[in-house]
Design a binder for this molecule. Structure first.
Ligand SMILES: O=C(O)[C@@H](O)C(=O)CO
Ligand SMILES: [Mg+2]
Length: 252
């Protein structure tokens, strides 16, 4: 079985932030991811991880000017200066919580020059922090209209142009199925070299359940591919208690 992590920005939201770490550990997860940890003092995140023996698998890079609003601007021409100052600030913040991966979001409706801007910003960031690993993730146009990175082949082309060992693909079964209609096929084509994987069902992004994505087969394909990263649960639980949505963790 893959190594499962919990995205506690989606799971255990019935609990205050500080309590989600314990809930994740009690449910059997050994790692968590937090989309925007900047909303909380780094100490609080650090304490939650340490007290519960959890790894921090992934965070997202901060929204513009570190302040909120629509996240992602790495592919927006003209935003390079702000990108650099926000990323410098982020790299200081993560010194305390040490995430394995940082997801860098591209942004929305960037106009022409987005590909080159994204590539150059990613190269700059990769060289700023060579020991840190970064990811990019295609997001589907139903959930994220206008998002620049909306296709797995485009992600691969960007990663080829970036050509840095510390920048890689973030796969997500929910987005892969929504974009390409074949989450398993996308794993087969692009998954083995991915830095990170996330899971959620379609079309409502609820927990893995029998439906359009055959999750037991996907888990088997992930294992068979030699992928050694984490598989993180990033879905909106259909029940009030996240713990009641975790049957999939023991599917064979
Ligand atoms: O799939 C998603 O929506 C996330 O992984 C993400 O990072 C966008 O915020
Ligand atoms: Mg995702």
């Amino acid at each position: 079985m893959p190594r499962f992590a919990a995205n506690i920005s989606h799971l255990f939201r019935e609990l205050p932030y500080a309590e989600r770490f314990r809930a994740a550990a009690r449910a059997g997860f050994e790692g968590v991811e937090v989309l925007y940890p900047y909303e909380h003092p780094a100490k609080e995140t650090h304490r939650g991880l340490l007290a519960n023996g959890l790894d921090l698998i992934l965070i997202n890079a901060p929204p513009p000017n570190y302040a909120g609003g629509t996240p992602g601007y790495a592919a927006i021409p003209g935003g390079e200066e702000r990108f650099r100052s926000d990323m410098r600030r982020m790299l200081r913040f993560v010194g305390e919580i040490r995430p394995g991966l940082i997801h860098v979001m591209a942004g929305y409706d960037p106009g022409s020059g987005a590909f080159e801007t994204f590539v150059q910003n990613l190269q700059w960031l990769a060289d700023q922090a060579p020991a840190q690993r970064f990811t990019i993730e295609p997001l589907n146009p139903v959930a994220q209209p206008g998002y620049f990175l909306n296709d797995y082949q485009l992600a691969t082309d960007i990663l080829t142009a970036v050509a840095r060992d510390n920048v890689g693909l973030q796969y997500d079964s929910y987005h892969a199925q929504m974009i390409h209609g074949d989450a398993a096929g996308i794993w087969e084509r692009f998954g083995a070299g991915a830095f990170h994987a996330q899971i959620g069902a379609v079309p409502d992004r609820s927990e893995p359940a029998p439906g359009l994505i055959d999750f037991p087969a996907l888990f088997a394909a992930i294992d068979a591919s030699g992928y050694s990263g984490w598989v993180s649960a990033e879905y909106t639980p259909s029940r009030a208690n996240t713990a009641d949505t975790l049957d999939w963790m023991s599917w064979k």
